[in-house]
Design a protein around this ligand. Structure first.
Ligand code: ADP
Length: 395
């Protein structure tokens, strides 16, 4: 606690209770005389140095506070406020800015009581504290430049926290998605090697299950590698002239058996022919495999129509099914990693929750857009995406 009695000036000690109060706030208490344009400090107590960065002795120099510390824009109004005090035993407040020694602009509130017997006005209990709002925000008191840097750092920090959280979620989900098929492989192979099966049919069933899980595991691993490649910008595309009819035929023969097994119809229609896309042929197939695979997976009755048509400078591919549909509020979210309408561990349909994310990335990398539409649960789903047409300039 610093109590300074001015340089040979008449001074009066400040009430100790005020001093204790000032210990708790960022501010100081002063007494002074004011006459015309002159401000003559008499005493200064509390955290003047803490607030302004200047030694208390500088406050005791006539007019130093008003001339040097108070923001030049506020100096006149402050002087007017103090001068107009006359005699007021009711405390009055005035908010203005000071520039601290390190160059920080701070908003402070000064509360004064004044006495005027004769001669100069005597200000007592001039309490200067950081304005309330400001002391709550870390931004207050910073220079514009510092504020911007602080805000940038805060944004970056928030972003890093989010990324970290996503990474944690990603790892938790990933390990679950990898462990599930692996546990199944180990489980069935254990049953087989321990001889826990009756007859060839059961042996085949166990082996089949282990094999299915291996393929599933391979799919998940490939999806994860793809995502990681895409997100780190390492996924390279080889854009070439792709004859769309050929792709449609391939998709048909790839999925016909699966569709038949579920008693679903499958049609692959090229609405105009010939159509050529400017695409990476493997990636284009990968997208269609994801979408048609989903359509068959999530459809139990009816069928799937895969179609392609010209749409301006693009080709529009659509995969339409009569399946379980998607509630409207979930439609946007499905293009996020691991998002599934039914995300519970007991869900009916398998899958990694990565197919749509990868498809979206691949479509966008090739210069197109992907959208998902469903009128709601039970009402089927259509996923459409565009891919640029092959033009002469691409040759
Ligand atoms: P996965 O199918 O491996 O779970 P996807 O990213 O391909 O992952 O799909 C995410 C989710 O979107 C699916 O789990 C499902 O809930 C929903 N979905 C995708 N396609 C369809 C569809 N044709 N019909 C109904 N739901 C779908």
């Amino acid at each position: 606690m610093t109590t300074t009695y001015g340089h040979n000036k008449e001074s009066r000690p400040v009430d100790k209770r005020n001093a204790r109060f000032l210990d708790k706030v960022s501010g100081f208490l002063y007494t002074a005389e004011i006459s015309g344009t002159d401000f003559t400090p008499k005493s200064c107590i509390g955290g003047f140095t803490k607030l302004t960065g200047y030694p208390v002795s500088s406050f005791m120099k006539d007019n130093f506070y008003g001339d040097v510390i108070v923001d030049p824009q506020d100096a006149k109004p402050l002087h007017k406020f103090r001068n107009s005090s006359k005699a007021s035993t009711v405390p009055r407040n005035f908010t203005y800015h000071i520039i601290s020694r390190s160059g920080r602009k701070l908003s402070v509130t000064e509360q004064v009581l004044s006495i005027k017997k004769s001669g100069p006005i005597k200000l007592i209990g001039g309490v200067v504290t950081l304005s309330e709002k400001q002391s709550q925000s870390p931004l207050n008191g910073m220079l514009e430049k510092e504020k911007l840097r602080f805000q940038e750092m805060e944004k970056l920090n928030k972003h890093l926290l989010e990324v970290n959280q996503l990474k944690d979620e990603f790892l938790a989900n990933t390990s679950h998605e990898l462990r599930t098929p692996l546990n199944s492989i180990i489980g069935f192979l254990t049953l087989i090697t321990e001889g826990y099966y009756e007859g060839d049919e059961e042996l085949r069933l166990f082996t089949r299950n282990a094999l299915d899980s291996s393929y599933h595991l391979l799919d998940v691993i490939n999806d994860l590698l793809d995502i990681s490649k895409i997100e780190s910008g390492r996924m390279q595309l080889q854009i070439e002239k792709v004859y769309v009819d050929e792709i449609m035929e391939e998709i048909y023969s790839l999925f016909k058996v699966q569709a038949d097994q579920k008693n679903l119809t499958l049609e692959c229609v090229t609405l105009e022919s010939p159509l050529f896309a400017a695409a990476d042929v493997r990636k284009l197939k990968q997208i269609l495999i994801n979408l048609v695979g989903n359509a068959i997976k999530f459809t139990d009755k009816g069928g799937i129509v895969v179609s392609v048509e010209a749409a301006g400078p693009y080709l529009r591919f659509s995969v339409k099914d009569t399946g379980i549909g998607i509630p409207r509020e979930k439609q946007d979210k499905l293009f996020q990693k691991f998002m599934q309408v039914d995300g519970t561990a007991t869900r009916k349909y398998g899958g990694s929750g990565l197919g749509l994310v990868i498809s979206k990335h691949l479509v966008e990398m090739m210069g197109g857009e992907i959208v998902m539409e469903s009128k709601g649960t039970g009402l089927g789903t259509t996923v459409s995406f565009t891919i640029p047409k092959w033009t002469k300039e691409d040759t």
